[in-house]
Design a protein around this ligand. Structure first.
Ligand code: SF4
Ligand code: SF4
Length: 61
């Protein structure tokens, strides 16, 4: 099963993941990113992982 991990310690709150995910699975929760969608909707495109400047996102299959 797919898992999305956001390392909140590393997250710099840039919002790139929110803008990048094609199926809108991220939102900002204050100054940190949060995974707010249904993991079953994830396309495993890894765009979020690639775009995060802080390497805070891990997409695990
Ligand atoms: S792209 Fe990375 S650093 Fe930016 S808000 Fe998302 S998780 Fe945080
Ligand atoms: S892997 Fe793709 S679809 Fe899944 S959360 Fe990241 S950007 Fe969104």
């Amino acid at each position: 099963m797919t898992q999305i991990k956001i390392d909140k310690e590393k997250c710099v709150g840039c919002g790139t993941c929110v803008e990048t995910c094609p199926v809108n699975l991220y939102a900002m929760d204050g100054d940190k990113a949060a995974f707010v969608g249904d993991v079953d909707d994830c396309l495993i495109c890894r765009a979020c992982e690639a775009a995060c400047p802080a390497a805070a996102i891990e997409v695990i299959e």
